[in-house]
Design a protein around this ligand. Structure first.
Ligand code: PMM
Length: 282
């Protein structure tokens, strides 16, 4: 896995093999379309392909485990065999284990190990890289948990709750250099919480692990761009995400989870070009 420089985060391209994800539900639901989409994202410059079989949109119901396995394993097998770096987006240890056996090398767990008590031990045993996202509850009731009234608000709460997860990961035997943290934009967070987090990621970076951030197509962008009270549709939030790509890269995040790899790559190329110019004038 590439680690990227300070100004060039790795791009994790999203392939949701689900009928109901808010961002792209149903578009890549058959293995063939999902594999083809993964190839397209790689050609556009994705460093990692993130393959998920469970929608985490607010209110979503969970697929049974066999269904999740049937969705993701064929896609992971095919793309990993072609040399792609693959992450599996799952909260289930059984799915993580099958995905790692099929060639994935990264487990992207939106629950940070809270949804499945076997997850951390499974990741540790495999020696996989683990993306642990800030999470408070499953999608069907996460809105009830979007309350951050303590001192320091949402930023301090996310930092403290991620720090507790890091302790659990280390205790389970996951190597410190295999841990990536994620603030979990949109998960048990109201729009203002997401904005407060993207504005001030330094306390999370101070935890000493690389940060991955997923803002792409999320509803806080739709809310920002709403007209007449109607949120901007999911497919029309890309320019706002590109602005965030630049902002987050400049804050030194390690990775960005995006649907439109081409747009993010273009933005990063502009930043890289400016870095070159700065180096030439030092
Ligand atoms: N967001 C979604 C799913 N998985 N994983 C990480 N690490 N970070 C995220 O922000 C994240 C995620 C939600 O939605 P989508 O797959 O429909 O974009």
């Amino acid at each position: 896995m590439t680690t990227g420089s300070v100004s060039t985060p790795v791009l994790m391209g999203v392939v949701n093999v689900t009928p109901d994800s808010f961002s792209d539900g149903g578009r890549w639901f058959s293995p063939d379309t999902a594999i083809a989409h993964g190839r397209d994202l790689l050609a556009e410059g994705a460093d990692i392909i993130d393959i998920g079989g469970e929608s985490t949109r607010p209110g979503a119901t969970r697929p049974v485990v066999t269904e999740e396995l049937d969705r993701v394993v064929p896609v992971i097998t095919a793309l990993a065999a072609e040399g792609a770096t693959v992450s599996v987006d799952t909260m289930r240890a059984e799915v993580a284990a099958a995905a790692l056996a099929a060639g994935a090398t990264i487990v992207n767990d939106v629950s940070g190990g809270l949804a499945d008590p076997q997850m951390l031990a499974t990741v540790a045993a495999a020696g996989a890289t683990y993306v642990a996202m800030h999470w408070r509850a499953h999608a069907d009731h996460m809105r009830d948990f979007a309350v951050y009234d303590g001192p320091g608000g949402v930023v301090a709460a996310v930092r403290d709750e991620l720090a507790a997860r890091v302790d659990a990961m280390l205790a389970a035997g996951i190597a410190p250099d295999r841990i990536v943290l994620d603030p979990g934009l949109g998960f048990a967070k109201r729009p203002e919480h997401n904005w407060q987090l993207v504005r001030d990621l330094a306390p999370l970076q101070d935890l000493g692990h690389p940060l991955l951030v997923g803002a792409s197509r999320k509803s806080f962008l739709g809310t920002l761009l709403a007209s007449g009270g109607t949120p901007r549709p999911v497919g029309d939030r890309e320019h706002a995400n590109t602005a965030l790509t630049v902002l987050l890269a400049q804050q030194g995040v390690w990775g960005l989870r995006v649907h439109d790899v081409r747009a993010a790559k273009d933005a990063l190329r502009v930043l890289e070009r400016i870095d070159q110019e700065e180096a030439a004038h030092d």
